[in-house]
Every structure is written in C-alpha cells, then in structure tokens.
Write a protein that binds this ligand. Sequence first.
Ligand SMILES: Nc1ncnc2c1ncn2[C@@H]1O[C@H](COP(=O)(O)OP(=O)(O)O)[C@@H](O)[C@H]1O
Ligand SMILES: [Mg+2]
Length: 401
Amino acid sequence: MLRFTQICIIQPCVIPKIIVLLQKCKNMQQPFVFGVPADVPYFIGREKESARLEANFRYGVNTVLMSPRRWGKTSLVNRVARGASGKERIIVQMDIFACRSEYDFYNTFSSAILKQTASKIDEWKDLAKGFIERLTPKISVAPEPGSEYSVSLGITPKTHAPEEVLSLPEKIAQRKGCELVLCIDEFQQVGEFPDSLAVQKRLRSVWQRQKHVSYCLYGSRLHLMTRLFQKKSYPFYKFGEILNLEPIPLQTWIPYIQGRFECFGKHISEDYVAKICDTVQYQSSYVQQLAYSVLLLSEKEVDDTSFERAVEDLLAQNNTVFIEQTQSLTTYQLNFLKAVMDGITSGYGEADVRESYNLGSPSNITRLKQSMIDRELVDITTEGMVLGDPVLKLWLKRVLG
Ligand SMILES: Nc1ncnc2c1ncn2[C@@H]1O[C@H](COP(=O)(O)OP(=O)(O)O)[C@@H](O)[C@H]1O
Ligand SMILES: [Mg+2]
C-alpha cells in the first residue's frame, strides 16, 4: 500500500525521462569498456565507415583497413560483419597475429573458414571432405548439440599445395551458393613471414581470380601495412579500397560519456570530456579507460582534482608495461625518443639535431630508427615519426623530464 502511494507521487511528465534512463542503463554491467572490442552500448560513431564497409561486403569489394592500434578496427569489423552476415553472405573473421609462417597462416585460414561456414558438424565434414581426406584433423565436439567445436588442422607442404588452401573459400562459396567475405585481422604479419614476397604473390594471384570471395584485410602496424598495400613493387598494391580509420570526434564522445556518467548518478561537463580526449589524443581505448578512472574518482561532479587523480591513475595502471617497454633502452635510444616526443619527425641525422639530443654518429641514426620501429615505440605516419602511444608519451615526459 505504502509503495503504491509512493509511485503515485511521481509526476506523469517525468515518466518518459525515467523510461529513457532505464533503457539507457539496461544490461549495463560496466560504465566503460577498453581492451576488448566495443559493442552496444559502448560502440559509438563510425557511421560513415560502417556504411562503406557494409557496402564493400555487399558488393564484394576488397577493403584494406588501417589505423594505429586500439582505435577501433576490430570493433568496427565485428559490428559490420554481424549486420551483413546471412544466408546469401557469410562473413568469416580470423586473427593471424600468432602466425609466423606461410603454413601457420594456412592452418588458421582453413580452420576459420571451415568452422565459420558450417552450422553443423556434419555439414562441415561434408564441405571439407575433399580437402581433409589427406588429414587427420583433431575435431573436438562439445556434448550439447549446437555448441562450439574446435578444429586443429595439420596442414603442411606435404599435405597441401598453397593454391589448394587458398582456393578453399571459393569452392565452399560455390558449393553453398553464397558469397564469402574473409576478414583477416593483423594482416601485416604476412609481411614478416620468411620469403614473404613470394607468399604475397601466391595469395594475390589466387585471390584476385575469385568470383565469390572478397577480402577485408586490416592491421595496426602502419609502416608494415603501408608497405604491403601502397608500394608499387609489392604484390598487394591496389588490392582493394583503402580505408583509414580516423579518431572518433569530440561531438560523438560528449553525449556518450555524459550519458554514462548520468547512468551512474554523476555529471561531467563538456569541457572535461574534451580534456579526456585531448589527454590521450583521441585514442579510443584510452578515452574509455580514462573516462572510467574519472568516473570512479569523482564525487557527483568532475573537477580539476578528480581529473588529475584520474590521469595519475591511468599512468599508474600502465606503469609496469611502460617500464618493461623501456627498461632495456640505451641512452641513445632514450635520447631518440625524446627527440620524437619533442615533435621532431625527421632529419635526425642533421648535425644540430644529433648534437642537441646526443644521438651519436650519423651512422647510428638508421639503426636507432629501426630499433624504435621494431619495438613498436614509434610509428611512421605521413607527418613522419611519431610516438605511437599517447599515454607512454605522458609517462616518458615525467621520466625523461
Ligand atoms: N566505435 C567505438 N566506440 C567507442 N569505443 C571504441 C570504438 N571502437 C573502439 N573503441 C575503444 O577502443 C578499444 C579498442 O578497440 P579495437 O576495436 O580492439 O581496436 P583495434 O582493433 O584498432 O586495435 C575498445 O576496447 C574501446 O574501448
Ligand atoms: Mg584489433
């Protein structure tokens, strides 16, 4: 009875607002996500890129998707793939980060295709019959019908020629009477395989002849991706449409971050949302991570004190990783990083730069550059060399002064 009277006190005009708030916060376990691909309700923006990617999937146009790491490639592809998958089009996704050689790749490639194009184990066996006759794949099937099964294929140069593996998706597409879109994450790994150019040639020559299969190739290591797809002498030159993922703009972050704070009974002004984005240079993952720290460390309203504490918190969370990344650097390498941090993007071999940053002899410079790239501490962009990780930059500023 008491409860009834309380409900009656609510003004009818606020009911729609409450409903909206409840809908917004429904099923929300976490205020923000980072470190894993973002999905509803944490996925925002990317309308233009989603529409383009979806059209490419639909019309079988190959796409090459590039951005620095943790800007949102995997999240975008996952989301578009889910919407575009159906009976007439199957989207296969794989991550080849762990592949170190051509045949490593073929195993990952085939098992992803076989697994994701068949809905039932019997269908899988049937589809792959010709392909697996020479193999004894380990297939483990979970007890309940319809649940996951895992496939481990032992493809080697003795069992399969590369062309046979590479033409598997076209055969499956024909047999099933559908189109396939193969999304290959961390594709830059192919550029690191032994005898990589020959491998790239084989891939391209088979793939470009396929009529029912298209490809979405994406990766983070920009200089490697650029070399693979934008150098005329490389086999994948002009393989597909190049899509560069831009940062999510402030106007998209504002309602999202304010909405999250609202759900948790707190408030953040537009200025502080902008401060979050600027501090981490709009890198999507760090925006979400810093917003999370700000939320936790603020009372009802975000202020300078809680914001500063949140930045400290973000640095502290990354401390161990950054120490690991930098502890074995030589003095020259640290000096080089300092030059990059100060905004020097090229011309490290010039006498005044070498002297003011103590970079050693001119012959040292090429080696220094390469070592920084190999360790993924710097990226080569159209503007030249930049520090890839904005939070590492903040951290280094403190450490190096
Ligand atoms: N569209 C998006 N909206 C909001 N946050 C995003 C979006 N895309 C990515 N993020 C943030 O970035 C993180 C990394 O995304 P991910 O897709 O794994 O990046 P990438 O594949 O480029 O390394 C996610 O955990 C999330 O915090
Ligand atoms: Mg990714």
